[in-house]
Design a protein around this ligand. Structure first.
Ligand SMILES: Nc1ncnc2c1ncn2[C@@H]1O[C@H](COP(=O)(O)OP(=O)(O)OP(=O)(O)O)[C@@H](O)[C@H]1O
Length: 251
């Protein structure tokens, strides 16, 4: 479970996240949507404990990120949008290294590492240096590394970017099975069909505030229309884009 209370982040005079309240319960796959610059990554980096909030509280699986940072971080797997990866390690070495950051090592980590590599078709490359991996292979390795210490909560920024259709399908199934087992996934995405098709609930952020949150039915009820998510999204975040496009083309 992720519990966020009155969370704010200011960069100088600019408020990137304003008084955010959100609970993502155990067993839920939550989709985090919003236009560019809405504050999604800033929120997720605070949840992961790598960016200090200006105000507010975050609890991961019942552990406060300020009072119990190690317990909170141990319960969390974070997949950032621009991950750092050690190129001079092999695939399996990178997974061992990631597990080691959480104090885990030994045969159980290796077995789980091999299972995750096999799941993403990376097993044949497990002993190759990461520097020889393609963009998608690196992305899959990063995703595998977030699961290797068996966290209760996964927070993932734009997970599908760069994945081929088979890998996207595997990741969707993995997230679904993971939440079915009582874990929590919070996922940002710009791909509305992914959010609509996969997520139990969807939150839409706009200028640092959560302007809508709920199931697809809740969102439809809030906009009073039987729309697809794209229409709801544009209605809530402003549909001026289409008008501006026409003006630019007419100019
Ligand atoms: N370190 C920083 N210093 C100053 N401003 C920042 C910093 N990090 C983020 N911002 C600003 O905060 C706002 C929110 O950025 P954020 O990256 O959270 O948006 P986002 O919703 O993830 O956008 P995108 O969909 O484009 O990834 C943006 O206006 C951004 O310029």
């Amino acid at each position: 479970m992720i519990e966020i209370t009155s969370l704010s982040k200011r960069f100088g005079d600019f408020t990137a996240v304003r008084s955010l309240d959100l609970v993502v319960p155990a067993g839920e796959l939550f989709g985090f949507l919003g236009p560019n610059g809405a504050g999604k990554t800033t929120t997720m980096r605070m949840i992961a404990g790598i960016l200090q909030p200006t105000a507010g509280r975050i609890r991961i699986a019942g552990h406060d990120m300020v009072a119990e940072p190690l317990r909170a971080k141990r319960a969390l797997g974070f997949i950032p949008d621009r991950p750092f990866i050690y190129e001079k390690l092999t695939g399996i070495e990178f997974l061992r290294f990631s597990a080691g950051l959480y104090g885990e090592a030994g045969p159980d980590v290796d077995r789980r590492g091999h299972e995750l590599l096999a799941l993403f078709d990376l097993e044949p490359w497990r002993d190759e240096l990461v520097e020889s991996y393609s963009h998608g292979m690196r992305q899959k390795l990063i995703i595998a590394s977030a699961f290797v210490h068996r966290p209760a909560v996964i927070v993932v920024d734009e997970p599908m970017v760069g994945l081929d259709p088979k890998s996207s399908k595997i990741l969707k199934d993995l997230f679904r099975e993971y939440t079915r087992r009582g874990h929590t996934v919070m996922m940002s995405t710009h791909t509305l069909e992914i959010a609509e098709g996969m997520c139990d609930r969807i939150g839409i952020m706009q200028k640092g505030e959560l302007v809508a949150c709920g199931t697809m039915d809740d969102l439809r009820a809030s906009t009073g229309a039987d729309d697809a998510l794209e229409d709801i999204f544009l209605r809530l975040t402003g549909d001026r884009v289409a008008r501006e496009l026409i003006e630019v083309l007419d100019a």
